[in-house]
Write a protein that binds this ligand. Structure first.
Ligand code: SAH
Ligand code: SF4
Length: 359
């Protein structure tokens, strides 16, 4: 039944819904196999590393799902110093990571946006402008996105979280800080500024339907998104959405659904970069490697300086929080080669989708 769909050249919304619903073991496997074939033929059997630096857990927003939301007074707030960040930049550079991601809660103060600019300039200087920097620092004005681009950032990750405006309002407070329209506008501004644009969604949210997820895939296709990071939603005890946990599908089902989302997206958008989200590993220890088999080609080893990792908890059961950057590096490259792929050390791994769009 899904065989026929897998042989089509273009998938309709109904086809995508059928594939995402293929939970029966044989069909699930068939879908993943097809996605892996597509991946090998387009982006190759290579894994690109993006060292993830969680710069600060200070945030003005109150997303209902997120552990570091402003109103969670249990969180010890931090911002890593320039010295600490540069130690991790040097680590990434020496270990031939092609790129780093600087992620934080959302802050738009002048001191914070200037600090990011300063970090970008320093990274450019230290690495002769050869380390690609991705930012993931939330919604900002066009002026700030431009300022950071001019300082050297080339990629930006801003998950839409869900492409359904109705579901979006159930996941966020109803105020000017949490507007679906603003989020869409930011993605458009990032594109206009010249960034490789990344987005993504959470999978298995309360109230979310398979139709919503199919629409998410169509959203990425319609908006010609260059990179996608999406993973299972995982509850955090100190958040309002935790109260809706009885509406969730069991973790293993959420996990498998997340793998099918990766596979369908790989088939629909063969030449984009897709990250194997860390959240996969919060449910299943082999999660990030299975994500590669589902069609992902990016892994983001955590490079957050030592003691801060345990204060950047977006969800419960975050994996590897006690590991050092060295251990993470060795562990991931070992797991990737056991799986039969190679880490593309020293290669940028720009999104082929972006490269062909630029031409
Ligand atoms: N503040 C920035 C970047 C940090 S949050 C932003 O919001 O864009 C990065 C991502 O973590 C979010 O986009 C969201 O998709 C994900 N996230 C937050 N809480 C989560 C949870 N409980 N389960 C899974 N992913 C979560
Ligand atoms: Fe802040 Fe991002 Fe968490 Fe929302 S998801 S509360 S913006 S860190």
């Amino acid at each position: 039944m899904i065989n026929e769909i897998l042989n089509k050249n273009e998938l309709s919304r109904a086809d995508i819904i059928k594939l995402l619903s293929a939970s029966e073991e044989n069909e699930h496997k068939l879908l993943l196999q097809k996605a892996y074939d597509v991946k090998c033929k387009t982006v190759g059997k290579k894994v690109y590393l993006r060292g993830l630096i969680e710069l600060s857990n200070k945030c003005i927003k109150n997303c209902f799902y997120c552990g570091i939301r402003a109103s969670n007074s249990n969180v010890e707030r931090y911002t890593a110093t320039e010295y600490e960040i540069m130690e991790m930049v040097d680590f990434a550079w020496k270990n031939k990571y092609s790129s780093i991601v600087i992620q934080s809660g959302e802050l738009s103060t002048k001191s914070f946006t200037d600090y990011i600019e300063q970090l970008l300039k320093e990274i450019k200087k230290r690495t002769s402008n050869e380390l690609r920097v991705t930012l993931s620092c939330g919604e900002q004005s066009e002026e700030i996105y431009r300022k950071w681009f001019d300082a050297g950032a080339r990629r930006y990750l801003l998950r839409i979280e869900t492409s359904s405006p109705e579901l979006y309002t159930k996941l966020h407070p109803n105020d000017e800080h949490h507007s679906f329209e603003t989020r869409i506008k930011c993605l458009q501004t990032l594109r206009k500024t010249g960034y490789q644009v990344g987005s993504g969604v959470m999978i298995g949210l309360p109230f979310q339907t398979i139709e919503n997820l199919a629409d998410d895939i169509i959203f990425f296709r319609n908006n010609s998104i260059d990179m996608v990071g999406m993973g299972p939603y995982i509850e955090h005890e100190q958040t309002p959405l935790f109260n809706e946990r009885s509406a969730l599908i069991p973790p293993m089902e959420r996990y498998k659904l997340a793998l099918r989302m990766i596979s369908v997206l790989r088939i629909v958008m063969p030449n984009i970069n897709i990250a194997s989200a860390t959240a996969l590993q919060a449910i299943e220890p082999k999660g990030r490697i299975e994500g590669l088999y589902a069609g992902a080609n990016i892994i983001m080893p955590n490079l957050t300086p030592g003691s801060y990792k345990k204060h950047y908890l977006l969800y419960d059961n975050k994996p590897c929080i006690d590991d050092t950057a060295y251990k993470c590096n060795a562990c991931i490259s070992g797991q990737v080669s056991n799986f039969g792929e190679q880490v593309a050390y020293g290669e940028y791994g720009d999104s082929l989708h972006f490269i062909s769009r630029e031409k």
